[in-house]
Write a protein that binds this ligand. Sequence first.
Ligand code: CA
Length: 689
Amino acid sequence: MKTALEWKKYYSTAEFKENYIYRGNDLGADCTDAGAYFKLWSPAADSVTLNLYSEGDGGKAIACIPMKKEEKGVWSWHTGEDMHGIYYDYVLEIEGEQIRSADPWARACGINGRRSMAVDLRRTDPEGWEKDRAPAEGPERIIYELHVKEFSWDESGGFPEEYRGKYRAFTCKDTTLCNDGVHPTGLSYLKDLGVTHVEIMPAYDYGSVDESGDAAQFNWGYDPVNYNVPEGSYATDARHGEVRIREMKEMIQALHAGGFGVILDVVYNHTYSLDSWFQRTAPWYFYRVFDDGRISNGSACGNDVASEREMCAKYILESVLYWAEEYHIDGFRFDLMGLLDVDLLNQIRRELDNRYGKGVKILFGEPWAAGDTAIEDDAPRALRENINLLDENIGMFCDLTRDAVKGSSLKIKRPGFITGASGYENDIAESAAAWGKTGVSSIKGERAPAKAPSQIITYVSCHDNQTLWDKLGETAADEDRMRLNRMAAAVYMTCQGTLFFLSGEEFARTKGGMEDSFDAPVSLNRLDWSLAWKNHDLVEYYKGLIGLRRQLPGLCDKSAKAPERIDNICKSHGVVSFTVDNRSKNSCSRWDRLWIVYNSTKQSVISEPEGKGWEILCDASDSGRWKSPSPVGKRVTAEPQSVLILGHRADCPASRNGIVHIRDGEEEEKRKKGGQRQRKEWQEEKDAV
Ligand code: CA
């Protein structure tokens, strides 16, 4: 067999590109009651045999059928018989070796995804599926990150035992805390909270959980085996290939009916193992290899998918379109998006826009990688510093905002702006305008402004790293923790960009301080719904902020001009304040102007509003003051370690600048200098790493 490098050279030849790039979109098994086509792309094979089985694992083949060689490396077989529910795999002969493989293009599979299954997809639709639609979009997208098993595993959620940890838990209505009939959990709770989109952590078929094993096994699932098939361990029956498809559709249908858009977390950057269906059917075509023969591992998971290769790009694009079309998925979160090439992301954006309308489907991802990658021809990657090369409707998780607010995610003891660290004031002010003013800085220190807030995902917690509550435990005194959690939320929820948070951030979710819980027991990872009620004041604070956000077009604006709405920025040690032009042609907000103060110091900040018509919308303890706003007197106080939001009534004459900030100037200068020094030292330390 050729070495990885020899294969790579072969795939790069003009001869290969001319003879083996297949343009059709019919790979896989297409099956109706009128018959079925099986098509496999394997340019390297000398022969391909299709094996049919009545079971998803075990047993002998019921038929072994030689496939016909077509053009462009495609092998095919057609039958007029109904093949729904028939399992299959292939035996390929490549350079004299016999290799068994499932179908990389499979849409259904048996237990643990080892065999593929022919499926008539119409027979997997739950009742009413043809009427299933995403809810209408509101003024803002607020994304809640959820893991299927974490959501319903804990008894406190009140889900029926047979559905705990399953897709079907999402179909349970009116669940309550330990079935007390009083305190909503599950989707009723989320609806009340006000989030608009649920992002489901990996739910395609992954390899780290044995679908025939103990139900309590847990993994986040960032280890794809079958990209176009739902994970089996979340189904009530992983053995029959159609069940997981139907039950995942039921989950999506229930989420849509409950008023939520559904975003899927997709991991096209690497596969569970190098010994994948990709590799078995087209050796080394789908993976990156360095010129010295080393296997590329920018994912830190053992392999990097070669998204820049034509047939690989085609695979990823078709996979995204398939989920959007067949499963009615409303958006995609790309894991390690920085490993994928910019051209592919832009192409996905264009194809989705053509089918569903500009920006309708949501696309965003992590604009980084875990290491160097052997992308061919130095194709630009979807990294933070390439933000200007990406479509304005491709978003990036903004680690700059995340770390500025709460401190480094990687250095757990390091504080951030809210926890009293100096030198983050500039980043906080940039965050308010979704990095559309000076711009996001790259590792090399260059700056590239975001094209629009639609490119920025504003967040402070996700499944990676410590929960916000645990991070605060490392960086703040116990007695300040709850107050600082409120402050963190009020800071990022008053920044432009699309809002995102880890499930349970709003109820002080803890993983006992653990940073990377991807394979920790489910007992640690599960949502503890009793916390949602124990810390209900915090939940209410989030709810108030979300409710307010939806009424502030000046912060929801995703257009290129939105950052200009942020003005009168004042920065001093631990304090950032700014005004927001809150006028909008499309919505009539009660307030034409906002004034927002982030006070992370332990002293109050006293300010004097200019002109009449100012109201308090949110303060340190009550984010719902906007519901019955009280007028501001001569002076107004931003309490220590808190956010103050004022709104200027649109029906009152406008004031010039809004507000005058009162501070002790001399004291301020001293603090500022100290802060710059500290920040510089940290930067040097960071550069040295
Ligand atoms: Ca699986």
